[in-house]
Design a protein around this ligand. Structure first.
Ligand SMILES: Cc1cc2nc3c(=O)[nH]c(=O)nc-3n(C[C@H](O)[C@H](O)[C@H](O)COP(=O)(O)O)c2cc1C
Ligand SMILES: Nc1ncnc2c1ncn2[C@@H]1O[C@H](COP(=O)(O)OP(=O)(O)OP(=O)(O)O)[C@@H](O)[C@H]1O
Length: 329
C-alpha cells in the first residue's frame, strides 16, 4: 500500500484497530472483490445508492491476504487484482471507505455471531448491509443471509441480498474470469470485468539484454503476485502519454535467458524514453503465443520480431490505424 492512496478521497482504514468512532454508522458490503468485476460493481452501486439516500458512508470490508491465500498459500488461485488495483476500481464506483482487514488465523477463527456483534454492530455500527446471493462468512463459513437477517432484527440493521449478475447465462465471478483468462478468452473477460484485463505495476531495472537486440523492454516485476495469464500478447500501455501506446509483451519466466521469477516485460512501438520507476497499466488485447525456450538468443530475437509484427498487425486492424514500422520490421 503506498502513500498516494492515503491522500485520495476514498478513505482507507488499515485494519480493525484503526476503526475510529466517526466510522460508526455505515452502509456496508463485505468480500474479496478480486477483479471488481461487473457482478461486484452491480452490488457496489447498490451500496453507494443506499448510502447516499441514508446519508451514510458507502463502506467496503475486504481482506488482505485473500482468505484462500492464507489457507492454500502457493496453491491459492492467481489474483486478478492486487490491493492497489482493487483500491483504484472501488474508488471509481464511488465507495467512500475501504476497511482492509488483516486476514490471519485469529480473524478466521471468529464465529459468525461474534463477527456480527463485535465488528459489524459495535465497531462499524452497520445500518444497512448489501451482500451477494452466495455470501458466507465467519468460522467455517457458517454465517449466511438468514443468520444476518435474524441478527439485523436483533441489532437494528437491514440486510439485502442481490441477485446474481450474469453474462451469457453464466454467473460472473472471479473464478469464471480466471478460467476465461486461462483459455485466452479475452473478449469474454472484458464482458465480465466491464473493462479489458490489465496488469498495473512499476517499471524496474532488467538485465538490459533486450536493448542489445533492438527490443528494449520495460520490466514490471510481479513480486509475490502470480499472474493469471502467461505468454506473449499484443498490448496497449496506459500511463505514459494521453493516448495508449501499442506494444508487445511477455508474461513469463524467460527460460531462454535463465530467468527465474515470472515477470511482465513490454516493448513499446515507436517510443523511447526512460521509464524506470514509472507506474504503467498494460492492457492485454490479444494472445499471440505461449512462452518458449529457444536454442539461442538469436532465435529468440527472430521470434520477437515476428511477435512485434503480428502485434502491430492485430492492433492496427483492431484500431484501424497504421503504425509506423520501426526496428527494421
Ligand atoms: C515479445 C516478447 C516475447 C518474448 N518471448 C520469450 C520467450 O518465448 N522465451 C523466453 O525465454 N523469453 C522471452 N522473452 C523475454 C526475453 O528473454 C527478454 O525480453 C530478453 O532477455 C531481455 O531481457 P531484459 O529486459 O532483462 O534485458 C520475450 C520478450 C518479449 C518482449
Ligand atoms: N455475479 C454476481 N452477482 C451478484 N453478486 C455477486 C456476483 N459475484 C460476486 N457477488 C457478490 O460480491 C461479494 C464479493 O464476492 P466475492 O469477492 O466472493 O466474489 P466472487 O466473484 O463470487 O468470487 P469467487 O469466484 O472467488 O467466488 C459477495 O457478496 C458476492 O456474493
Amino acid at each position: 500500500m503506498s502513500t498516494d492512496i492515503v491522500k485520495s478521497p476514498m478513505e482507507l482504514i488499515r485494519g480493525i484497530p484503526n476503526i475510529q468512532p466517526y466510522h460508526h454508522g455505515c452502509v456496508l458490503t463485505i468480500g474479496n472483490f478480486d477483479g471488481v468485476h461487473l457482478g461486484h460493481q452491480t452490488l457496489l452501486k447498490q451500496v453507494v445508492a443506499k448510502a447516499h439516500s441514508m446519508g451514510l458512508a458507502a463502506t467496503v470490508m475486504t481482506f488482505e491476504p485473500q482468505p484462500q491465500e492464507l489457507f492454500a498459500g502457493d496453491k491459492a488461485p492467481a489474483r486478478l487484482t492486487r490491493f492497489r488495483e482493487k483500491y483504484v476500481e472501488l474508488k471509481k464506483v464511488g465507495i467512500d471507505r475501504l476497511l482492509c482487514v488483516n486476514f490471519n488465523h485469529h480473524f478466521a477463527a471468529m464465529t459468525a455471531e461474534y463477527f456480527v456483534e463485535c465488528l459489524l454492530v459495535k465497531q462499524l455500527g452497520v445500518k444497512f448491509l448489501v451482500i451477494g446471493d452466495d455470501f458466507r462468512f465467519g468460522q467455517e463459513r457458517r454465517g449466511d443471509f438468514a443468520m444476518l437477517v435474524a441478527a439485523g432484527k436483533k441489532y437494528g440493521f437491514e440486510v439485502i441480498s442481490t441477485a446474481s449478475f450474469c453474462v451469457s447465462q453464466q454467473r460472473v465471478s472471479s473464478t469464471a474470469i480466471r478460467h476465461a483468462l486461462a483459455n485466452n478468452e479475452l473478449e469474454q473477460v472484458e464482458q465480465m470485468l466491464g473493462r479489458p484485463y490489465s496488469i498495473r505495476g512499476r517499471v524496474s531495472h532488467g538485465r538490459k539484454l533486450g536493448r542489445t537486440i533492438g527490443f528494449p523492454t520495460a520490466n514490471i516485476p510481479l513480486k509475490r503476485r502470480v499472474a493469471p495469464v502467461a505468454g506473449v500478447y499484443a498490448v496497449e500501455v496506459l500511463g505514459i502519454t494521453a493516448a495508449p501506446i501499442a506494444g508487445v509483451a511477455n508474461v513469463g519466466h524467460r527460460p531462454t535467458v535463465q530467468g527465474v521469477r515470472q515477470q511482465l516485460e513490454v516493448h513499446l512501438f515507436d517510443y523511447q524514453a526512460d521509464l524506470y520507476g514509472r507506474q504503467l497499466e498494460v492492457v492485454l488485447r490479444h494472445k499471440l503465443r505461449d512462452e518458449q525456450k529457444f536454442e539461442s538468443f538469436d532465435a529468440l530475437k527472430l521470434q520477437i520480431e515476428r511477435d512485434a509484427q503480428a502485434a502491430r498487425v492485430w492492433l492496427s486492424e483492431r484500431n484501424n490505424v497504421q503504425f509506423r514500422p520501426s526496428n527494421g520490421i
